[in-house]
Design a protein around this ligand. Structure first.
Ligand SMILES: Cc1ncc(COP(=O)(O)O)c(C=O)c1O
Length: 361
């Protein structure tokens, strides 16, 4: 049965009453015409054309499509979701920030996060002066403490964040536990699926039909290999997506990112090949790392990184930096004591990591 959800009970009044900025390109949708409406430079961009191309090939003098409809059409086909259920942000970090701005009253409302997890949920909350309530994941299994979470929710809890697969632990979080929160919480449940392409289970996208309070985050920054473009995705009920669109800056995804993302999304076969290779390298790297005596534990991973527990993480971290290998030191993070997080690199990079580690004393 579909969950009841009244967005007006949690939407901030200023957002509910907001008249969003209406850009010149919101008013006229045609592609042809003489555009004297947006105070752009009608002459072009001062960029040389690539050899053999005529003038104007690299023209960025026009503002981009504010709603990124062409790109959304493409994503809609890949994800099997109508475009009304898709928001695109300047990275998923923008979607995270908009959730706080739209749904949490500064100094009044709160959001629940489950450390150890992705750091931007807390940073975004702090920027927006929103209280963060932390309910740690259960030690070692890194699953949700649902009893603790349900006890922590109060009448001012607006957002609940869960990252699945989780960064930095790498594990998937049980659907039954996420479902318990979805069913017992009248705020928004955000499931961050940045690493879903590397997992052995499927996205929760089909659950959007049952849970109008569910927001799923994905990104082109990980498996899709386009972190530099800054394109993040949020999937949710139309009422939530409408709020995102109302609050976002008018031209939040630039023209170059829209164009290149469109081109790259044609190449799913390449991405699927990389995913297979990365997952296989993840297994090989874990097996090889396990053999080192200074490695105490490697946590099972459904992502493109491994969380590795070692005897002296700072010493190992510095040793790797001296060899120009940069990993992420997570040893000061609660429940990750002793741990370094290592992204799966290319086969050559992983081999170099292992070679360097074999000389570590
Ligand atoms: C769990 C998680 N969510 C979101 C992001 C950020 O994604 P984006 O590049 O789309 O802002 C990251 C980046 O490391 C991440 O680990």
């Amino acid at each position: 049965m579909k969950k009841e959800f009244d967005i007006d009970t949690i939407l901030r009044h200023n957002i509910k009453n907001l008249t969003p900025y209406s850009s010149a390109r919101d008013e006229y949708k045609g592609k042809e015409g003489i555009f004297l409406d947006a105070n752009e430079n009608s002459y072009g961009s001062p960029l040389p054309s690539p050899a053999g191309e005529g003038p104007g090939v690299r023209s960025y003098n026009r503002y981009p499509d504010p709603l990124q409809l062409e790109l959304k059409e493409k994503i809609s086909k890949i994800k099997g979701l109508p475009i009304e259920n898709i928001f695109l942000g300047n990275g998923s970090d923008e979607a995270i920030d908009i959730l706080f701005r739209a749904f949490c009253r500064p100094a009044i409302d709160n959001a629940i996060i489950c450390p150890p997890t992705y750091g931007m949920y807390e940073v975004s909350a702090n920027i927006n002066d929103v209280e963060v309530r932390k309910v740690n994941l259960l030690p070692e299994t890194f699953q949700l403490d649902t009893t603790g979470i349900l006890k922590t929710i109060n009448q001012n809890t607006r957002l609940f964040f869960v990252c699945c697969p989780n960064n930095p632990t790498g594990n998937g979080v049980k659907w039954a536990d996420i479902k318990t929160v979805l069913e017992n919480f009248n705020g928004i449940v955000v499931v961050d699926e940045a690493y879903i392409n590397f997992a052995g289970y499927r996205s929760l996208i089909p659950e959007l039909l049952n849970y109008p309070n569910l927001v799923i985050l994905q990104t082109l920054s990980k498996a899709w290999g386009m972190a530099g473009l800054r394109v993040g995705m949020a999937f949710a009920s139309q009422q939530i997506i409408d709020v995102f669109n109302k609050v976002k800056p008018p031209y939040n995804i630039n023209s170059v990112s829209q164009q290149i993302a469109l081109e790259a999304l044609e190449n799913i076969a390449q991405v699927n090949d990389w995913i297979k290779t990365i997952v296989s390298e993840r297994g090989k790297l874990a097996a090889a790392l396990e053999k080192f005596s200074f490695v105490k534990k490697i946590y099972p991973s459904e992502a493109n990184f491994l969380l590795v527990k070692t005897e002296d993480p700072n010493k190992l971290y510095n040793y790797l930096v001296d060899a120009q290998i940069v990993v992420r030191n997570r040893s000061t993070v609660a429940l990750c004591e002793g741990c370094l997080r290592m992204t799966i690199g290319t086969e050559k990079e992983n081999q170099r990591l292992l070679d360097v580690l074999s000389s570590y004393k």
